[in-house]
Design a protein around this ligand. Structure first.
Ligand SMILES: *[C@@H]1O[C@H](CO)[C@@H](O)[C@H](O)[C@H]1NC(C)=O
Ligand SMILES: *[C@@H]1O[C@H](CO)[C@@H](O)[C@H](O)[C@H]1NC(C)=O
Length: 973
């Protein structure tokens, strides 16, 4: 398929001799920094700067005479020049947004070509509002502006340096080490220009000097400026060099997180040290990496150029909106500071500096830029059963039957590529799938859904309507030169790709899902219960360089694939989701799973961590990857349960179900070559354990859905690592194997190692935490404390933070839609002052009526009376309580507590209340202003005691209160 170039072959052989087999295979297919011209140049710049540290000075400076303030004075623009190329012009613009986010933009002006400047257009949800109040002060040597809680942004002119300070301390420094380099467009010289002998010696000296300085800054040779080969492929580079290097340092921040997607720990390790596996920068270049290594800096399927930097007193973010291949070096330069260098192949400098100062602030700032993940359909939070492939309509029916026979809940059955005839997506292979609509209706009859794969490669076949339509519309990606449709090899064989950057492609694609519009072919062999999986959208091209498109392919507007590669994957799920919304009489929430993603992809659906392996290492790193995605704005995330490749033994599979059940997206999937491993195939005790895990997930759906609501409004992730919840506790900054679920107070640590019977869990505060299953009370400590909890195969370390109230639904059902009218259980886990709080959010889970205020949003509060021990537990309306953020108030403006959704669940009761940690046996339990209730009390440790042991448990049976009404229950001491 591919011919290895000699140089690549040699380097592969060298690698083979020094590295383990697995890494060598990757190294052959995908570039290292030293095999990528612009990355090599960027790193060489950094090492020259390090050598010449005393005399190194950035050649870029702002020309103050050109500076102009915007009318509201929160932005300024100025010319920037480089002392190396006095004739080349650059522009700089610095804007301050209303929320204190700063945006720094730099571009080349009137160059020989134009740099790609549209990345923000795809990533941002809207053009941000600049501040009306914050005003720059322009001095002779700098511009500065003070705002918010002790923030100051400073732009020094010569050399150009941008600094964010808080309380006088530097937090973010851009170009502090002088690694900013925007390679300007240049003419390819036929021969190196000879230096003209000059009459006046002094002139000659100047010329030589500039040449020397250029070499000192840019290196001696024109390294890979005009052409570059890798692994038998040649990149023609018609625009020549146009890379962008940038140093962004975080003095006073020891940890950096984010820039997914990489298989590594959440707190990003140094990439500039001696470690042979971590001596390449983190690479962002969306790639279909076969059997990826579980610990590496290599790129994977998606890219989000957002980084958090964190310390005990500050969290900041930087978001560099660039769509081209980007490499990021991280160096923990001292115990307290982190240095980074960002090297991109093309594009303008478009950097957002998010000042924080807390993690929650950074999430809100990023959400205002790129939007939040909308509330998905409720069923999408259930369990998804996938396999490559369920081979026929009867196979699907058989799998469904087995789930039902074994009383295992499941919401969605998935079909991978083999449902389609010759990998022409949408077209059923009628030999094996003769009755697809009947099959879908059989699945939907029990309230379940199906998800079917639609990949972006389109079989080049005249009998394929999708191909014919796309070709006639002329919306296909072109090969270099821009004339001919690009042809590549993928599952269907010879394939083409829709260029989703072309606006003409959008309605065309959305309409494929929409039989209502009559003018075009559409997918009539489908129903409204079928949703879509977009895979391979990096795009994956089997016979392309690095398994993707050549960089000199041409997209809409004449842009090269190089410019937009990392953005490419995000438009397909967008227009797919749009098609799903538009297809029905009533608009329903879409579901699209994507493998490739970019900043902003959260707006279109869920993502997963791609083709993982059935190994313990992959199970563990998948969890860290979902945390990294979560903090980078992609909260609807998970990794394939069981691992895509391999045949996990039963113990591993059981543990993997625990991992999956505590991820926002919960899907099992398996490769074509693996043995069937649906959970009903397990022997006991494994089968019973997995059934319990599935039921646990379903009982907790109210908690997950409430967390999804919160992220859809605030941008706070659904699963939260320690630094997000306890930003002042340094012990938690590197923790990435235990995490909290939403604001619920649940702390979970899935077991990801074999042969475990107990597990250590870190408690970050002087508070009581209860075992979810046994009510065992554990005590934390003010400075943090490790505890040991039981973790045999049937157990998962799952703790409730004292002070939480958890709503659950405990009646096992076959699918989540059948739980709509089920009663609730409230679990009240008292804190050390006998208080607790929790939330519950509900809506119809299907339509967009929640945007019109058709919701139920409750707050539950338990409080102890000031003197005495009586505890009062109450339920009140949160939607009406006007605690809403700006985003919500749109919906809540029309909110009516008697809305029709609320009325529709008016009869849904709380069937049980469990109060954990009461001080003593109550004398009576009654509804306030109403009747006495039935209850049972088992004595045990109280919340406020120092003792460990099983906590006291009060169980109130059938408290006769409705979940959507106001009520109070008085527990008299
Ligand atoms: C994608 O989604 C956004 C909303 O996030 C929408 O404004 C835009 O028009 C959509 N379409 C494309 C092609 O990006
Ligand atoms: C109660 O818990 C809080 C943390 O939630 C802690 O700050 C406080 O010290 C604890 N008080 C006692 C008496 O343990």
């Amino acid at each position: 398929m591919k011919v290895l170039g000699t140089s690549a072959l040699t380097s592969t052989l060298v690698l083979l001799s020094i590295l383990p087999q697995t890494l060598a295979v990757k190294a052959g297919d995908f570039r290292t920094c030293s095999q990528s011209g612009f990355c090599r140049r960027g790193r060489a710049l950094a090492s020259r700067a390090k050598e010449g540290i005393a005399s190194w000075r950035s050649p870029y400076s702002v020309d103050p005479s050109t500076l102009s303030l915007s009318p509201e004075q929160s932005s300024f623009a100025a010319a920037v020049t480089s002392s190396l190329y006095p004739d080349v012009k650059f522009s700089l613009e610095v804007r301050l947004h209303e929320d204190g986010v700063a945006r720094v933009r730099m571009d080349e002006v009137d160059g020989l070509k134009k740099r790609y400047d549209e990345a923000a257009r795809w990533a941002l949800v809207a053009e941000p509002q600049v501040s009306q109040d914050i005003k720059w002060t322009i001095g002779k040597t700098d511009a500065r502006v003070a705002y918010g809680k002790g923030f100051e942004l400073l732009v020094e002119f010569a050399p150009l340096r941008v600094v964010l300070r808080k309380g006088g301390k530097e937090q973010v420094v851009v170009n502090g080490r002088g690694l900013l380099h925007m390679e300007h467009f240049r003419q390819k010289a036929e021969e190196p220009a000879p230096v003209e002998p000059s009459e006046e010696g002094s002139d000659e000296q100047t010329v030589l000097k500039v040449e020397n300085v250029r070499a000192w800054f840019e290196g001696e040779s024109e390294d890979a400026y005009w052409e570059e080969s890798f692994s038998g492929w040649t990149d023609s580079k018609p625009k020549g060099p146009e890379s962008l290097s940038l140093d962004i340092d975080f003095p006073n921040h020891a940890h950096v997180y984010g820039i997914p997607q990489h298989a590594t720990s959440l707190s990003l390790p140094t990439t500039t040290g001696e470690d042979p596996f971590f001596n390449d920068p983190y690479r962002l270049y969306n790639a279909d990496v076969f059997e990826y290594v579980a610990s590496a800096t290599t790129s994977l399927y998606g890219s989000i150029p957002l980084m958090h930097a964190h310390s005990a007193d500050s969290t900041v973010g930087v978001f560099h909106v660039v769509g081209s291949e980007t490499w990021i070096d991280v160096a923990h330069s001292s115990a307290k500071s982190t240095e980074t260098q960002w090297i991109s192949e093309s594009g303008i400098l478009d950097l957002f500096i998010l000042p924080g100062p807390t993690p929650a602030d950074v999430f809100a700032q990023y959400a205002r830029l790129t939007g939040t993940a909308p509330l998905p359909a409720h069923w999408a939070l259930g369990y998804h059963q996938c396999r490559w492939n369920y081979v026929s309509t009867d196979d699907v029916r058989g799998v469904q039957k087995r789930f039902d026979e074994e009383d295992m809940p499941v919401d969605v059955f998935w079909l991978d590529i083999e449902y389609s005839e010759g990998h022409k997506y949408f077209m059923w292979d009628k030999k094996s799938f003769p009755d697809p609509v009947d099959m879908m209706n059989d699945v939907a009859a029990v309230g379940r859904k199906m998800v079917v794969i639609v990949d972006p490669h389109i079989k080049r076949s005249d009998d394929y309507p999708v191909y014919k339509l796309a070709q006639e519309l002329d919306v296909l990606v072109k090969q270099k030169g821009g004339e001919t449709d690009y042809d590549g090899w993928c599952w269907p064989g010879s394939s083409v790709w829709v260029d989703f950057f072309n606006p003409k492609s959008w309605a065309f694609w959305s309409s494929l899902f929409n039989p209502k519009q009559g003018s075009q072919w559409s997918w009539t062999d489908s129903t409204e219960d079928v949703y879509i999986w977009n895979d391979m959208n990096e795009p994956s091209v089997f016979n392309g360089p690095e398994i993707t498109m050549p960089k000199d392919n041409v997209h809409y507007g004449g842009w090269e694939h190089r410019d937009i590669h990392n953005i490419n994957g995000m438009i397909l799920p967008n227009v797919t989701a749009r098609g799903l919304v538009e297809r029905g009489e009533i608009a329903k929430r879409p579901f699209v799973l994507t493998r490739s993603f970019f900043a902003g992809s959260q707006r279109y659906g869920a993502m997963w961590t791609g083709d993982n392996l059935g190994t313990w290492e992959h199970m563990a790193v998948g969890l860290k990857m979902t945390l990294a995605n979560s903090i980078a704005g992609m909260p609807f995330t998970g990794s394939d349960v069981g691992g895509f490749f391999g045949n996990p033994e039963p113990e591993m599979l059981v543990r993997w179900y625990h991992v999956g059940a505590f991820a926002p997206f919960f899907r099992a999937h398996a490769h074509l070559d693996t043995k069937r491993r649906e959970p009903y195939l397990l022997d006991e005790p494994y089968k019973g354990i997995v059934r319990d895990i599935l039921r646990l997930r379903y009982s907790m759906l109210p908690i997950w859905y409430t967390a999804f609501r919160e992220t859809s409004v605030t941008g706070l992730p659904i699963i939260r690592p320690h630094y997000v919840v306890f930003p002042n506790d340094p012990n938690g900054f590197a923790l990435d194997d235990q995490y909290f679920i939403g604001s619920s107070g649940l702390l979970v640590k899935p077991v990801t190692r074999p042969d475990v019977t107990e597990e250590t869990v870190y408690l970050p505060e002087n508070q009581v935490y209860y075992d979810y299953f046994t009510n065992q009370a554990y005590r934390g400590a003010a400075k943090g404390k490790n505890i040991v909890v039981p973790a045999a195969l049937h157990q998962i370390p799952l703790l409730i933070r004292g002070g939480s109230i958890l709503p659950t639904r405990e009646r096992p059902r076959r699918a989540s839609s059948l739980m709509k009218n089920d009663p609730f259980t409230l679990r009240v886990a008292l804190d050390n002052k006998s208080r607790a709080r929790g939330e519950l959010y509900l809506d119809d889970g299907v339509t967009f009526s929640h945007k019109d205020g058709q919701i139920v949003w409750r707050e539950f509060v338990a409080e102890k009376e000031k003197k005495g021990k009586t505890v009062r537990l109450s339920s009140r309306d949160l939607a009406g309580a006007n605690t809403a953020t700006a985003v919500e108030s749109v919906a809540l403006a029309t909110y009516d507590p008697q809305n029709s959704f609320a009325r529709s669940i008016g009869g849904v009761r709380v069937e049980k209340i469990v109060v954990v940690g009461l001080i003593s046996k109550p004398s009576s339990v009654s509804v306030e202003g109403g009747s006495q209730l039935q209850w049972e009390y088992v004595a045990g440790v109280a919340a406020g005691e120092k003792k460990e042991g099983v906590a006291s448990v009060l169980t109130i049976k059938d408290p006769r209160v409705d979940v959507a009404s106001d009520w109070a229950i008085v527990i008299k001491a």
